[in-house]
Design a protein. Structure first.
Length: 287
């Protein structure tokens, strides 16, 4: 077990209400005040943000007030997602670079320590390791000025679908503020045993997320990930075993919880905040 008390962060879509990644909107119907109060009441110690929702919040109440709300509710862990196209060129890269600056500046303003970045989603061509490695190093260099860590998430429907590919990029870039994010959904659906996590050097395991799902994929892999995740312990992904493996590597930071579900996101905020927190904490008893 971790030497530190277990602290959980609700990843953005876990408590954002009836929205999902790349949906018609990613803007939460709940205010930051509502999400922060519900999170704190349930026992969470952190809250995640999508870039789009955070920019809307900034426009409404300002980032100084947003930070104060988080501070007042004891939500000390904060992260922002998702930077895409960070390794491309052309117009997509130009748009990504604008978003990069916005995300780094807002992260610094609200005290977010981590920014999650995506590989090439739905891109199944082999990753261009040298290009992605160099781009990742440059991104980390920029982020270091803001005291932010960059974490790349492994995803089975992307060009970084395995731990080996992620390591070729991250370890090759060798940045003190750069690392890998492992989510047990992505590891499981990617066909990797949890024991593969042992390949990751401790200094590069920078973020961990927990969730669960049925044994069989529901619909397409993308539909399964955004509509059909389950609360920890309700599926067959064995979160306690996953927790054991990341702790063997030496992971000792907060745990993100990412429940993307067309069922749970429609439930009352306080109720689902409490239920997700309790079911996740119960997994550590088995770890």
């Amino acid at each position: 077990m971790s030497k530190q008390p277990i602290e959980l962060l609700a990843s953005y879509f876990t408590l954002a209400g009836d929205v999902y990644p790349f949906g018609p909107t990613e803007i939460s119907p709940y205010s930051l005040q509502q999400r922060a109060e519900a999170s704190a009441k349930a026992g969470w110690k952190g809250l995640g943000f999508s870039h789009a929702d955070l920019m809307v919040t900034a426009g409404k109440i300002g980032l100084k007030t947003a930070k104060q709300i988080l501070d007042d509710n004891g939500l000390k862990h904060r992260e922002i997602e998702f930077l895409v196209d960070w390794y491309l060129d052309g117009e997509k890269r130009k748009a990504s670079d604008v978003q990069r600056v916005e995300m780094l500046e807002t992260a610094q303003a609200i005290g977010a320590r981590k920014i999650k970045i995506a590989p090439g989603l739905h891109d199944y061509a082999p990753a261009n390791i040298p290009v992605m490695r160099e781009a990742f190093a440059g991104l980390c260099e920029d982020a270091r000025k803001y005291d932010v860590t960059i974490v790349l998430e492994i995803m089975p429907f992307s060009n970084v679908a395995t731990i080996d590919t992620a390591l070729a990029i991250i370890a090759g870039a060798n940045q003190s503020n750069g690392g890998i994010l492992v989510d047990n959904w992505h590891i499981q659906r990617g066909g990797m045993p949890y024991s593969e996590i042992a390949k990751i050097p401790p200094q590069f395991l920078k973020a961990v997320e927990l969730d669960d799902a049925l044994e069989e994929v529901q619909g397409t892999l993308w539909e399964d990930t955004i509509y059909h995740r389950l609360l920890c312990g309700e599926g067959c992904f064995n979160p306690p075993e996953f927790i054991k493996e990341v702790q063997k590597v030496g992971y000792d930071d907060y745990y993100g919880v990412e429940i993307l579900s067309q069922t749970y996101r429609k439930q009352p905020l306080e109720e689902i905040a409490r239920r997700i927190f309790e079911t996740t904490m119960a997994q550590f008893d088995g770890a």
